[in-house]
Design a protein. Sequence first.
Length: 355
Amino acid sequence: MFHFARYVIMRHIKVDSLGAGIPYPEAVNSRSPDLNMAVAKCQVALNRFSQCLQKEDLMIQELQKKALLFTKQIRDLRYGNMDLDKRLQKMEKKVDSGQSNTTERIEKVRYLWATVMETLTFLQKEREVVDSVVKGHVDLYTLDGTSVSVSIPQPLLQKVEKEMYKFPVGNVYEEGKLNMLTIIQLLTKALELLLHERRQVDKKGFKIDLQGLEGNTRFQNETLLGLKSLRQKLKCDDHISVTQSIAEKQLEWQLKWKNRLGQSPFRLIKDPNPALDLLPAMSPLSFTPATEEAYKKSVFCQYPALIPDSIKKNVQADEFLTVGKTLENEDYSTKTVTERTLKLATHSEKTSNVE
């Protein structure tokens, strides 16, 4: 029975040591040949076990003391929290009462201010009258019509003349003064004519075609989007192509004059000044010729280019050769034209004779 219990304990120790990562002592399986040695080992194990139990007991006692201390602290904190809650409730009641008093005072002030403003608006006309009297703005204007010229429209005048027996109207001016009664009568008649014409107008003609307006708006928006896309295309693609073509043309022009003159034409300028730069004879990206005033103000007129004599002779010789070639070509072309006309004339005569 002892051996079986020992075997079971050893297996448990081995399994626990493997699961916990603790090395399993191999010396436990070995049997001590000496009984005294076994008793000594057992005593050592008992001492260690008792020490572990004592340490565990001390730790449990310390934990119990800490638990009691923490429970006491929690109880004190709860009491303190309850006390603070009571104080907070009292403070909230005081704040609510103070806010209610403040709101009541604000409402009272607003009511008084509204009453004052209403009184001021009610007395606005009286205030204006008093201000005008105080500032002396009284009896400055008289409605005598001396400086007023009245022009009666022709349709209204014709209508009044036709209905003179139904609608008697006095003179507009009496003793050099404007007759206000006549003016009021004419205004009343003009309003009657206007109302009559308004009733006769077809009401259908004043209807707005909402669908047509929406379609027109949609078309205008599409046109605007197309123009924006075209502007973007011109700005991105065509501008780059135009600048590239201009750069190529400038390069061709420089190469042409360099091959013709033997050097760049910019080196032929008299007394070149590095502070000055060549100004273009025309505006950028424009093929319109420059005016005489712009040419006189430009650098080309102020610093004329000088061509060497040798280059001038070569240029004149080349021009003479080109003129001779053109004259030869013109003579040849005139000869061919005369020959063709003679052939056509003879052919027409032959055909007429045959007929």
